[in-house]
Ligand binder design. Structure first.
Ligand code: GLY
Length: 130
């Protein structure tokens, strides 16, 4: 594959799948170890490195179905860097058996390192009610 937009979207999809399936090996492989982020769990702080994220992958996995899609992703490639912005829609089955959908705003930054796209930064926030 030589289209950087398609490559980055594929890498981003793999990343979301690895999160939903709590596949740490796949997640860590896609990320640069110095990954930085803002996300709701970080309570307004920028978090650097992988340990913070590893915590969630080590929790007991749920057997209930869960999947995410990127709604209307926008990709901007700037040299060896790509910025992917989208609304992440996550569908999951609650403990009650009811299916629910959750939305989050995500911007993920990828850098091509030695021919491989690595995830280097993201910002995830919960959409404010209007
Ligand atoms: N919380 C991990 C991630 O969204 O990449």
């Amino acid at each position: 594959m030589t289209d950087p937009t398609a490559e980055v979207l594929q890498a981003n999809r793999k990343l979301l799948d690895s999160i939903n399936s709590q596949n740490w090996t796949a997640y860590a492989e896609l990320c640069d170890p110095s990954l930085t982020c803002f996300e709701p769990e970080a309570l307004g702080h920028v978090v650097q490195g992988m340990d913070f994220h590893h915590f969630y992958f080590k929790l007991e996995a749920s057997s209930r179905p869960k999947q995410s899609i990127m709604a209307s992703p926008h990709v901007r490639v700037i040299g060896d860097t790509a910025i992917v912005s989208y609304i992440r829609l996550t569908q999951r089955v609650e403990a009650t058996g009811d299916p629910k959908t959750f939305a989050s705003e995500e911007t993920r930054v990828w850098q091509k390192q030695n021919g491989v796209w690595k995830h280097v930064h993201f910002h995830r926030s919960i959409p404010t009610a209007t």
